[in-house]
Design a protein around this ligand. Structure first.
Ligand code: NAD
Length: 279
């Protein structure tokens, strides 16, 4: 059985030396793992942008971890769905030397509602956090990158729910499909400024968001041990998404733009498991 690629990275490989990065949702899951990975790969400064009181302690923990690796941590507590907070996060990321090399716009929210029951307020809530914030934060970051004149990389966490249907996920799926579309236009419009724009679409991950959706640690443990809908039969690790971001943010990803990189253990590739059906 394939195992998560949590270990085995060559610590001498430092593809992000000197980089200034801003990561939304940096207190947990994918954002936290990405902050770690960027620090390990030599990032000079990482600004963590996460929400209100419930995450303040987590943001402080991650900031301390980054400082321990040798990266300057900065923190911004705010709501990605509030445009002034997004601008504040970019302002904090560039404070001092004007540099913002990488944005990872990753904060997101999900909820499960049957299409027939889905309330308009919930539709707007998910759109605001997942899609409108992607535009607002991405635009603010791109403007800062253009002003600095050094190019840059803008990365988004989308989802396989943005490329295929998940029941109960109409609002979430549309918000993530919107990110995949946004990335394409941004990539073409910003290419002249030497800014690349891509998104990563994870499959099911071992993060607190999934725990909240599955409802119990027992259900999570069962999913960790076996998740047959995924050909690799396991949840993905946030470190596996972080690794993809490190590639895209580094010179290794310099010729990649406008793409949606699916990292899902083969889940969306397995359209119709004929042999399983016939057994
Ligand atoms: P997580 O809950 O561990 O982390 C999400 C982080 O975003 C949290 O720290 C949370 O406080 C922050 N956040 C949420 N709403 C915010 C807001 N309004 N303002 C500021 N910060 C906010 O979850 P995760 O699994 O690491 O999720 C990261 C991204 O991955 C999300 O965009 C999610 O949609 C996407 N994703 C997750 C899965 C999965 O299975 N967990 C699969 C595909 C895509």
């Amino acid at each position: 059985m394939p195992k998560a690629a949590d270990c085995g990275r060559d610590p001498s490989v430092k593809r992000l030396e000197g980089v200034s990065a801003l990561i939304s949702g940096g207190a947990s899951g994918v954002g936290r793992a990405t902050a770690h990975r960027f620090a390990e790969e030599g990032a000079a400064r990482i600004t963590l942008f996460d929400q209100d009181a419930s995450r303040i302690a987590d943001v402080a923990d991650v900031a301390a971890e980054l400082a321990g690796i040798g990266t300057e941590p900065r923190t911004v507590v705010g709501d990605v769905a509030n445009p002034p907070d997004c601008q504040r996060a970019v302002d904090e990321a560039v404070r001092g030397d004007g540099r913002l090399d990488v944005l990872v716009s990753n904060a997101g929210a999900d909820s499960i509602h049957d299409f027939l029951e889905l309330e308009l307020d919930e539709w707007y809530r998910i759109m605001d956090i997942n899609l409108t914030a992607s535009f607002v934060l991405g635009q603010a970051a791109a403007r800062a990158m253009v002003a600095a004149g050094n190019g840059g990389t803008i990365l988004y966490t989308a989802s396989i729910s943005g490329v295929a249907a998940s029941t109960g996920d109409a609002h979430y799926g549309v918000s993530k499909a919107g990110i995949i579309s946004l990335v394409k236009t941004m990539a073409i419009e910003l290419v002249g400024h030497n800014i690349t724009v891509n998104c990563v679409s994870p499959g099911p991950l071992d993060t607190p968001m999934s725990l909240a959706l599955l409802g119990s640690e027992e259900a999570m443990q069962a999913a960790r041990e076996s998740w047959p809908i995924v050909p690799m039969n396991r949840l993905g690790s946030p470190t596996e998404i972080a690794g993809t971001y490190a590639y895209l943010a580094s010179a290794d990803g310099a010729y990649t733009t406008g793409q949606n990189i699916i990292v899902d253990g083969g889940m969306t590739t397995n359209v119709f498991p004929v042999a399983d059906e016939l057994q």
